[in-house]
Design a protein around this ligand. Structure first.
Ligand SMILES: C[S@@+](CC[C@H](N)C(=O)[O-])C[C@H]1O[C@@H](n2cnc3c(N)ncnc32)[C@H](O)[C@@H]1O
Length: 893
């Protein structure tokens, strides 16, 4: 019998009959007729109470008794609004000036009987770039007086210049102290608010257009990876890649395709693990209903394994931040302490108390208790009944005081909601001081082992008995600290892990596979004389990987062991050969190489990743035939490496990635499931006006590549920026005389507009670079409407100044009068009411080429409308090119 999704009382995510979708009217009727039922059905109306939650946290003692009531009261209130100003330092400072001057000052004291807005900058966030307003998002949205602020926040968020993020969630990236050269791993990254912050920090130095470092953002949930793509895309960084793996077994990434490749060790790791989330109860009131003590107990194991893998991938000297939005020590200190003990001095908690000046928080706790669902408290494993201990891990119990002191657990940070009106959060900063004990390269010989063992006879016996294992007896007071299975690359950290592994399916399968492989090798490599060339077992496994038939990557599995990670892609091979992605791309051709991911029956080895199947990533070859025309047309310097340009399906949209990102992709396609990377830098949009080049610049990747572009650059004065951005297609003669000269000197086609502050034109104190089009008699910009608004704001333009023009245009449209030929079209900037905003969206999103034409004959010369339907790399809502179908909107191009 199958149960309907979401149906059934107590079913996963369902509140039985209450959980059906209702229209607004139905809700209203239900509230009138049966308020009790309505309350139960709507978690927003349900009482914010949970007796088990209260008893538990009162019993645990992380909130001082005298603060308990304030703590509970604050948990029941909705969250205030917080945001960060992003972007390069200069851009951020300019926007900050505008926010303070034009938005906040007006709302500081409204004098209309309403409470004032009182925005506060978060004292612990550098340069006044993070702000809190004690109004909820909804209050801001619904208050007529705050409409303008609301629209500003929305528009600047969409253009990526501010990020609406919970205050506490900004702390972990901050504590990672990112520098431009850092290799950064975000293990559980979706939906990506912290990833975005990490990428921004990587790009903090505006003198470095493409930093050396990179961000690998991973999430196990395939769908959430796509959510993250949207979040990350706003930042337009060629230094980031999104991958899709279980963080417990996150594959190693090779830095080369040598026989013995080096694997990436990250300088910074963010381990923002899945958690019970009770710290987000203010934002997610449904947690009141479903919280119980088992939530944390269930997650403790996963959290430990993700952290363990993070520490394995961290470079010695590197820093890892572990964080949860849970208040529960079982998910917090218990996880940290376990790993500190397990790592035997290789990691330590960092004291960051001086890094967060002004943040109120509680220090990590030394003691807690474990509670079962029947309400019994346990302080030690010994107190708990056997059935309880069989179910839960030993590491959930509190430590003895000395252990907690040794580990310096007080260095952990727990932010409580009432301390400064935020969500609750836990953060621990760890430093890796030496290699982890189970990763040390020196493996003990049987003789050494015997010397250090309490029971040398048993060690000797074990070592000779289990040929695939290496035993390490060097620590833990003479007890076996681990046995490593060299066959499966599995770490067994306790005696029962070892026996479980031996009898487990994985080990048996590996043994069988090894036998089969050895047999096969013996057969195929027997020469005519019957000589047999034997391979070592390790070589056999290595070769297997090179052929794309399984990848040896270590990772930690459900049972805490490290295993072979069977993540795979389809690698097209002729029988007996292996084709690397490098070889494919070096064969320059206009056609994409054969699809690597398409299975076929001859010679292709099919190996699978989970989730949505991704199109492959192809990199252009050095001598790629598409390149000379682009290079010549835009005057691209020789410093630009065409091999960093990538495409996915057809060479219609070209993406740019940083060099380290490219190298990681080409060396790891058979190990890693890449979801998204690169920024769009060129797209194919042929025009009869531009016979020499079919590719047009794209705003997304412009900042990353503009340093290499020597031609087709028009220097603007501030007045020109305003003219171009506030009109759809202004005549060239409306530009300043110097600018007119530059534009007339260009042939029609895609170009780059550049404003640099100078002595004569000092404001705004920030460079502005955007894509545009030089038509026959007019120019236009190719940037999204939100970006246009942003740059105009930076230039000090009050959008309402051109409101009347919008109104005129709107009226003309309403009367169904076509726009007069030979006139330029005023920009449609949103002003006051929703209707106008709607109109703005409508108009700027529709291809309007013919309508806004500025010369009679140019109507005939519109380029065919290129539809970016193979732009799968980025998601569908790409409006960065002025919205609508690319190219077709060009004024007269
Ligand atoms: C707390 S959320 C991360 C929030 C994110 N860091 C941010 O700031 O937007 C936890 C994430 O972990 C992911 N996740 C759960 N189990 C995982 C696993 N075993 N490996 C990797 N990701 C996992 C979930 O899909 C979820 O997106």
């Amino acid at each position: 019998m199958t149960r309907k999704k979401g149906g059934g009382r107590g079913g996963r995510g369902g509140h039985g009959k209450f959980r059906q979708k209702r229209s607004k009217e139905e809700w209203e009727a239900m509230k009138r007729e049966n308020p009790d039922l309505a309350k139960q059905a709507d978690y927003k109306l349900a009482p914010k109470q949970n007796a088990e939650f209260e008893t538990y946290y009162q019993g645990i003692g992380i909130v001082p008794e005298e603060e308990w009531d304030t703590f509970m009261t604050s948990l029941r209130k909705p969250l205030p609004t917080t945001f960060r100003i992003t972007g390069s330092r200069n851009q951020a400072q300019e926007l900050l000036k505008i926010i303070k001057g034009q938005y906040f000052s007006k709302f500081m004291s409204r004098g209309d009987g309403h409470p004032t807005l009182e925005p506060k900058s978060l004292p612990w966030y550098p340069d006044e770039l993070a702000w809190q307003i004690d109004f909820t998002k909804k209050e801001i949205k619904n208050d007529q007086n705050l409409k303008r602020l609301h629209r500003f926040l929305m528009s600047e968020t969409e253009s990526g210049n501010i990020s609406r993020q919970e205050a506490v969630s900004m702390i972990p990236p901050l504590l990672l102290e990112i520098e431009p050269h850092h290799k950064i791993l975000d293990m559980c990254a979706a939906p990506g608010s912290k990833t975005a912050q990490l990428i921004e920090m990587l790009h903090n130095d505006e003198n470095i257009l493409v930093p050396e470092g990179f961000v690998v953002a991973n999430d196990r949930d395939n769908k959430r990876c796509y959510l993250m793509t949207h979040q990350v895309k706003r930042i337009q960084s060629p230094n980031c890649m999104i991958i899709n793996h279980d963080a417990r077994v996150l594959p190693n990434m090779a830095t080369s395709d040598d026989e013995n490749p080096q694997f990436v060790k990250y300088d910074r790791v963010l381990c923002d693990v899945p958690c019970s989330g009770d710290g987000t109860i203010r934002k997610n009131p449904d947690i009141w209903k479903r919280w119980n003590v088992n939530g944390a107990l269930n997650l403790h194991g996963v959290q430990k394994k993700v952290l363990q893998r993070g520490l394995e991938l961290l470079a010695v000297g590197g820093r890892l931040v572990y964080s949860t939005c849970s208040l529960n020590p079982v998910e917090d200190e218990a996880v940290i302490l376990t790993l500190i003990k397990q790592c035997e001095g290789a990691i330590e908690l960092v004291d960051v108390s001086d890094k967060l000046t002004g943040l109120k928080y509680s220090k990590g706790t030394y003691s807690w208790k474990v509670r079962s669902r029947d309400g019994t408290w346990y302080e030690t494993k010994e107190q708990a009944p056997e059935h309880f201990n069989n179910k839960w891990e030993t590491s959930i119990y509190p430590p003895i005081i000395l252990e907690a002191q040794d580990a310096k657990l007080e260095r952990c940070i727990r932010v409580l909601p009432h301390q400064q009106n935020t969500g609750a959060f836990f953060i621990a900063v760890l430093q890796k001081t030496k290699e982890l004990p189970w990763n040390t390269k020196v493996e003990k010989t049987a003789e050494q082992v015997i010397k250090q063992r309490i029971d040398p006879e048993e060690a000797k016996k074990l070592q000779s008995e289990y040929e695939h294992f290496t035993f390490n007896f060097t620590c833990n007071r003479g007890r076996t600290s681990y046995a490593k299975c060299n066959l499966c690359n599995t770490m067994c950290s306790a005696r029962n892990d070892f026996t479980n592994h031996l009898s487990g399916r994985r080990h048996k399968a590996s043994l069988e596979k090894l036998e089969l492989e050895t047999e096969k090798k013996i057969k195929t490599e027997a020469d005519e004389d019957g000589d047999v060339k034997m391979e070592t077992k390790q070589e056999s496994v290595d070769n297997e990987n090179k052929e794309g038939n399984g990848t040896v990557t270590s990772g930690t599995t459900d049972d805490g062991n490290t295993e072979l990670n069977g993540n795979h892609v389809n690698v097209k091979t002729e029988p007996g050969t292996s084709v690397s992605i490098k070889e494919e791309v070096d064969t320059a051709s206009d056609e994409p190489p054969a699809k690597r991911s398409r299975p076929n029956n001859d010679g292709e080895i099919q190996v699978r990743f989970t989730g949505h199947r991704e199109d492959p990533f192809y990199f252009c070859a050095k001598n790629d035939p598409i390149w000379p025309s682009i290079k010549n047309f835009y005057g691209i310097a020789d410093t630009f490496n065409i091999q960093q340009v990538m495409y996915r399906n057809m060479k219609r949209i070209l993406y740019y990635v940083s060099e380290p990102v490219r190298n990681l992709v080409i060396n790891n396609t058979d190990r890693v499931k890449f979801i998204n990377l690169g920024v769009k830098c060129f797209s194919n949009a042929p025009s009869p006006l531009v016979p020499d080049c079919d590719f047009r610049l794209s705003q997304d990747g412009l900042l990353a590549i503009q340093g290499h572009i020597e031609g087709r650059r028009v220097l603007l004065q501030k007045q020109d920026v305003i003219t171009i951005l506030s009109n759809e297609n202004p005549f060239i003669c409306k530009l300043t005389s110097k600018c007119q000269g530059d534009v007339y000197a260009l042939d029609p086609g895609s170009c780059l507009f550049h404003f640099k502050p100078s002595e004569s034109d000092p404001e705004p104190n920030v460079e502005i670079v955007f894509c545009g089009w030089r038509g026959k008699t007019s120019v236009r910009s190719f940037v999204s409407k939100d970006e246009r608004s942003h740059y105009l704001r930076i230039c000090g333009v009050e959008l309402s100044d051109i409101q009347s023009e919008v109104q005129k245009k709107k009226e003309a449209r309403d009367d169904d009068e076509p726009g007069p030929s030979g006139t330029e079209t005023p920009m449609l900037v949103p002003s006051g009411d929703e209707a106008e905003l709607e109109q703005w969206n409508k108009v700027t999103d529709v291809p309007r080429g013919l309508e806004v034409d500025d010369t009679e004959d140019s109507r005939l010369s519109f380029p065919p409308v290129p539809v970016d339907n193979d732009d799968k790399n980025n998601d569908d809502d790409d409006n960065s090119d002025g919205g609508g179908n690319n190219g077709a909107e060009a004024a007269d191009g």
